[in-house]
Design a protein around this ligand. Structure first.
Ligand code: TYM
Length: 333
């Protein structure tokens, strides 16, 4: 079946192994299936929900674009564009905001995590960010949204908003209710320093994550220093229950090697962490270093990257522009 795919990544720097294994690697597989129509968005409007330096923001928009291409997304097959250039996204977010009950947003756990203790000081943008995400998705009649596990709740909200809009304005099926594409396994990659915390761009310790631009030495060093426990690797997955670091390293190894967890347990069961770490570093070098080299090559080619984005904007604008006109008519403008 032909799928309409939409997903986005924030250009906030430090794209890491979690972004790659949870999302971008899947984008590449979806892009490679000729039946799919894929749109990958550099969500710069989402990025400014937290204060950004304007020069860094521009660089990060290009770096995220370079990362998509370096990972294997073909910009002649998929649309790659920057969100702020297609006005319909912000407009659609406003329309959806006007019908989204605050109670639904109050349930969003990511806002609570990101806002931290001093919620009153967090921006309104951060609070309504899932509505902008819903607008992104719904403007393109998206059927499937590939994301990591942390975006699950936002996708549920997107589905609820689509259904509410269709019901409130009596326009059945106008906004397509999308399906999440979240991998059953390894859809939440954890920090290398704490197996109970998500691997994240904002973790102050660079040793908590493998960045997609890390050098070979950095990758090897970070894996060497990754937290472990004192027991050997178990033979069965039930034995991983209270061993988050072991589970995470085995998960990363399985995901990047495209094999299931049982196979990895068979490979490493009874062995020490040093065996797993050596092997993991080797696979990471073979899979991540070529991407990292390519990002570094592409990042200097502003002309090419800006052209990819500009072409993408034209194509995205054509689709989203039409949808927003229809949406306005339905509302009564
Ligand atoms: P963002 O930029 O935080 O992350 C981009 C993608 O990476 C996934 N991800 C992870 N997956 C596994 N383990 C991790 N540790 C990990 N960290 C990040 C995220 O789940 C995501 O898929 N709101 C979104 C961006 C967005 C979007 C959209 C996504 C805006 N509009 C429309 C899909 C559709 C975000 O902030 O992702």
């Amino acid at each position: 079946m032909s799928k309409k795919i939409f997903s986005g990544v924030q250009p906030t720097g430090n794209l890491h192994l979690g972004n790659y294994l949870g999302a971008i690697k899947n984008f590449v597989d979806l892009n490679n299936d000729d039946q799919n129509k894929c749109i990958f968005c550099v969500v710069d409007l989402h990025a400014i929900t937290i204060k950004q330096d304007k020069h860094e923001l521009r660089n990060n928009i290009r770096e995220t674009t370079a990362t998509f291409i370096a990972s294997g997304i073909d910009p002649t097959k998929s649309i790659i564009f920057d969100q702020s250039k297609v006005h319909a996204h912000a407009e659609g977010a406003w329309f959806l905001s006007c019908m989204a009950p605050m109670g639904w947003l109050n349930r969003m756990t990511q806002f609570k995590e990101k806002a931290g203790k001093d919620k009153e000081k967090a921006s309104i943008g951060l609070y309504i960010y899932p509505i902008l995400m819903a607008s992104d998705i719904l403007l393109y009649d998206t059927t499937h949204v590939p994301v990591g596990e942390d975006q699950k709740q936002h996708l549920e909200l997107t589905r609820d908003l689509a259904q509410k809009f269709n019901k409130d304005f009596n326009c059945e099926d106008f906004l397509r209710v999308p399906e999440p594409l979240i991998k059953k396994h390894f859809s939440r990659i954890m920090s290398l320093k704490d197996g109970k915390k998500k691997m994240s761009k904002s973790d102050p310790s660079d040793f908590s994550r493998i960045n997609l631009t890390d050098t070979k030495d950095e990758i090897v060093n970070k894996i060497k220093k990754a937290k472990t426990d004192s027991l050997p690797i178990p033979y069965e997955d039930q034995k991983l229950k209270d061993r988050p670091e072991a589970e995470n390293l085995l998960g990363i190894y399985s995901s990047i090697s495209d094999q299931n967890l049982d196979k990895s347990l068979e490979e490493f069961g009874g062995k020490n962490f040093s065996d797993l770490k050596n092997q993991l570093a080797e696979v990471l070098l073979s899979k991540i270093s070529p991407i990292s080299d390519e990002i570094k090559k592409l990042i200097n080619d502003y002309e090419y990257l800006d052209k990819v984005l500009a072409d993408g904007v034209n194509k995205a604008e054509e689709i989203a522009g039409k949808k927003i006109v229809e949406m306005k008519k339905i509302i009564g403008f």
